[in-house]
Design a protein around this ligand. Structure first.
Ligand code: BG6
Length: 508
């Protein structure tokens, strides 16, 4: 991963994309490959094989993804570099009419892989990418297994990328893991959580472990509580059908939010090797209390306005039931039972159609003793905050108290700021570059292990079950463009705390 430097291209290989005609392929995978070419991190010899049920020629597939890429670049005011594009598209083969459920598809795929390997000497290396709806994951893994395409004894590497959602609950995650592990070894499976592809998320480890300053105060002696917010201003867009079966909890919590918790709260690993980091994350998940219904709040957005533009209620979105009880917001209080964190609540919240897009991890330090200020006009001390901005305006802020100039002792909360963009040139990225590069080089650090995924589902399982049996009669309970339901405030108020405002940290 990025803590070690990326400086050499991965070995020659074939990348097989199931769902080659889909959104993910053109929006993220192909642009990420193009961005890897820009930084010289694409395999020197690469064959891209697209599998999808539609009928298309190689040239048509290539034109379709190229067209999309042109649009993406154009939006950023860039032109396509034909030479770099040539590195991505030097061999693009479309397995036309490739039904994922038919043995015939895998026979053709196998022949194609063999021919490409002979032609280009790819060392037998193949990365299979399941950019498909999750209902196909188990089928594709089984068919690949039965066709002998993912054997760990193959000449080169055989790896499989599994997209989100990984299961729908504990039972389905377990059965998907069991199916994958029947045909592949754990170290061949790369379960993606795209939040781990974000530089700011990876930087949490650098901040904590590459500095002498933070780790000694990163514990219950110094920290009062932690607030993790992933706020989105978008609604469910065209994904009503998916979202009706998913909801905010399944969509965001056991994966993205828990990964943020893990990066913030895990113990220091002994090395940056994948297994050492994953072991620390697994230990952390074990120490988290299983969530109960009283620890959690749910919400659903009503009509409202985002940045002055009126938007409709969730129940009025396409492919959403008019009486839907699906949550578009959830907030929770999570407790970790270990020496570092016992007694320090982690408050998490995520929702759609909130006032702005803003993701951050805010660490609140304990307040200083007040005695010194007893004889001054200061009647209250603000506690200090360390804020890790995940997106947008990526950076880190430290808020602390300073004396306002003048004869009286008055305090004001001020901040020191580090902005990524002030220090680093940010190479164009869609967020999948590191993840794909890591798969190609066999670095599983940023991917989830089977036990982690199951542990995460286990933690939210009682809530999912509890919600299933109750009807949230108060839905919708927050206006689009607000900061979420009132009940979320009550969750913190019970502990004598309050949420930070959801806002851009631009100014002070
Ligand atoms: C996805 C969820 O995993 O993450 C979406 O399915 C959500 O509902 C998205 O919008 C958020 O990711 P990002 O990178 O845009 O913050």
């Amino acid at each position: 991963m990025s803590i070690q430097s990326h400086n050499s291209p991965p070995p020659p290989c074939a990348i097989v994309i199931f769902g080659a005609n889909g959104d993910l392929t053109k929006r993220l995978i192909v642009p990420a490959l193009y961005n890897l070419a820009r930084t010289g991190l694409l395999p020197e010899r690469l064959t891209l094989i697209g599998v999808d049920h539609n009928k298309k020629t190689d040239a048509e597939w290539q034109a379709a993804v190229k067209d999309f890429l042109l649009g993406v670049l154009d939006k950023n005011g860039e032109a396509l570099d034909e030479k770099l594009w040539g590195q991505v598209a030097r061999r693009m083969i479309f397995l036309s009419g490739g039904d994922f459920e038919k043995v015939e598809t895998y026979r053709r795929l196998s022949e194609c892989l063999e021919a490409e390997d002979r032609r280009d000497n790819l060392g037998g290396n193949v990365l299979f990418y399941m950019a498909v709806a999750d209902r196909f994951f188990a089928t594709i893994a089984r068919m690949l297994g039965e066709a002998g395409l993912v054997s760990s004894d193959a000449k080169g590497f055989r790896r499989l990328i599994v997209e989100k959602p990984f299961g729908h609950d504990l039972e389905s995650a377990r059965s998907l893991n069991a199916c994958l592990l029947k045909y592949l070894k754990e170290d061949q499976i790369y379960r993606i959580d795209h939040f781990l592809g974000k530089e700011t998320v990876q930087n949490i480890m650098a901040l904590r472990f590459a500095n002498g300053l933070f780790e000694p105060i990163w514990n219950r002696d110094r920290i009062d509580h932690v607030q993790i917010t992933v706020a989105e201003s978008i609604g469910v867009e065209t994904r009503g059908k998916f979202y009706e079966a998913t909801g905010a909890m399944r969509d965001m919590v056991p994966n993205h939010l828990f990964q943020l918790v893990a990066m913030t709260a895990m113990e220091p690993p002994v090395s940056f090797e994948a297994e050492d980091i994953r072991a620390k994350k697994a230990e952390l998940f074990k120490a988290i209390h299983t969530l109960g219904l009283t620890d959690v709040v749910r919400g659903q957005y009503d009509a409202g306005a985002i940045a002055g533009t009126p938007v409709k209620a969730y129940r009025a979105e396409d492919n959403v039931a008019r009486d839907s009880t699906v949550e578009t917001y959830t907030a929770m209080r999570l407790m970790i039972d270990n020496w570092r964190w016992a007694g320090v609540p982690f408050y998490l919240r995520t929702g759609k159609r909130l006032n702005i897009r803003s993701s951050e991890i805010a660490i609140r330090f304990k307040q200083a003793p007040y005695a010194l200020f007893r004889d001054t006009p200061v009647d209250e001390l603000d506690a200090d905050w360390l804020i890790l901005r995940i997106q947008p305006d990526e950076g880190i802020r430290l808020r602390f108290n300073a004396k306002r100039p003048g004869p009286a002792m008055t305090l004001e909360s001020v901040s020191m700021r580090f902005n990524y963009k002030d220090y680093f040139h940010q190479a164009p990225a869609v967020g999948y570059e590191t993840l794909i590069y890591d798969c190609l080089t066999g670095d599983a650090t940023l991917f989830q292990r089977a036990d982690q995924v199951e542990a995460a589902w286990q933690l939210v399982e009682p809530v999912l079950k509890g919600w299933q049996g109750t009807n949230p009669r108060h839905f919708p309970n927050y206006a689009a463009g607000s900061e979420g339901p009132i009940a979320a405030n009550d969750l913190l108020a019970k502990d004598g705390r309050s949420w930070r405002a959801i806002r851009i940290l631009g100014g002070k």
